[in-house]
Design a protein around this ligand. Structure first.
Ligand code: ADE
Ligand code: ZN
Length: 325
């Protein structure tokens, strides 16, 4: 197993991390105390989750603690610090406004505050971040279109993509509901990244490609259950943003031995390794690489190949990609 220091030096990007999953316990405690909110459970058990639904509810509580512009900027800055500590060269960061209850209907102000935090970080030499503004699977078609129209009108250079996350299992088949929102985003030049094949099966991955025009799939691992969906990913070379520990903690797979990342890679699917929600899941990017290398016996060449794929799969501009490789 390669050591963490060597993995930190491997040129790579992170393409699947959520701002909502980047608060550590001391920061959450500090915000809760400041705003007179009680903790949902003792701090030692704060990050124990029963599954995706329970986890998403926790995100609502955590993001509800962020009330001021400075706190939002601080969250963004803290993410950049976390990336730098992992040796990550660039990140596409998913941000879902629906979790942040004190900011309802203030999307431009949120993006402006986050951008201030990222700019401060970049001025200190910390890595560049692109923002993927996310819809929630359980929201309405009208609400989704409204978010996209707002993004298109805003044309903020920090925003690189439209995303969709949340619980697919709670809502049945929802691809058709979001087709219009994703079509509008594409027409305005936004890239598209779609959570699918985590709480949905391979049919969710197919819908992400065929109905939502996904440039990249977040998770996508359950594509393995349908060879025709694997073939589609290979044929179109659509990359997956895979998060191994997340899939174990949130009970998609019981162990890494049963995780399909290596089978997908061998089939020719472009796979990348990511953290999803690093603070809440207690992991880092270099640790995710190390866990997979250990479980699947990957050589340095395989690790380098996956790291290269992560940069290719990112929404960084062409010049930055060339610099990172
Ligand atoms: N939001 C944050 N993490 C998520 C995940 N793993 N799946 C769906 N939505 C999420
Ligand atoms: Zn995710």
């Amino acid at each position: 197993v390669p050591d963490l220091t060597r993995l930190r030096a491997l040129p790579r990007a992170e393409v699947h991390a959520h701002l909502e999953g980047c608060f550590d316990a001391p920061l959450l405690e500090q915000w809760a105390r400041r705003h007179g909110e009680s903790m949902p459970r003792p701090v030692e058990r704060l990050f124990e989750f029963q599954g995706l639904a329970d986890f998403l509810e926790f995100l609502d509580w955590a993001c509800g603690l962020v009330r001021t512009r400075d706190e939002l900027a601080e969250a963004a800055y803290a993410f950049s610090r976390r990336m730098a500590a992992s040796g990550t060269g660039y990140a596409d960061l998913i941000f879902n406004p629906t979790h942040w209850h004190h900011w309802t209907a203030r999307l431009p102000a949120m993006i402006d505050a986050l951008d201030a935090g990222f700019r401060a970080a970049e001025q200190e030499g910390l890595p560049r971040v692109g923002l993927c503004v996310s819809l929630l699977r359980t929201q309405s078609a009208e609400a989704a279109v409204q978010v996209v129209d707002e993004l298109v009108a805003l044309r903020h250079p920090r925003v690189v993509a439209l995303s969709i996350d949340g619980n697919e299992a709670a809502a049945g088949r929802t691809g058709p509901r979001f087709a219009d929102a994703f079509r509008r985003a594409a027409a305005a030049g936004l890239r598209r990244t779609v959570h699918a094949g985590e709480s949905s099966g391979p049919e969710g991955v197919r819908d992400a490609i065929e109905l939502l025009g996904a440039d990249r799939i977040d998770h996508g691992v359950r594509a393995i259950e349908d060879p025709s969906v694997v073939a589609l990913l290979v044929e179109r070379q659509i990359p997956l943003g895979i998060c191994p520990s997340s899939n174990l903690v949130l009970k998609v797979y019981p162990s890494l031995a049963e995780h399909p990342i290596d089978r997908l890679r061998r089939a020719g699917v472009p796979v990348s390794i990511n953290t999803d929600d690093p603070a809440l899941l207690g992991t880092t990017l270099e640790r995710e690489y190390a866990l997979c290398a250990g479980a699947f016996g990957w050589s340095d060449e395989v690790l380098r190949d996956i790291a290269r794929t992560s940069i290719d799969a990112s929404f960084a501009d062409a010049r930055l990609k060339a610099e990172l490789q």
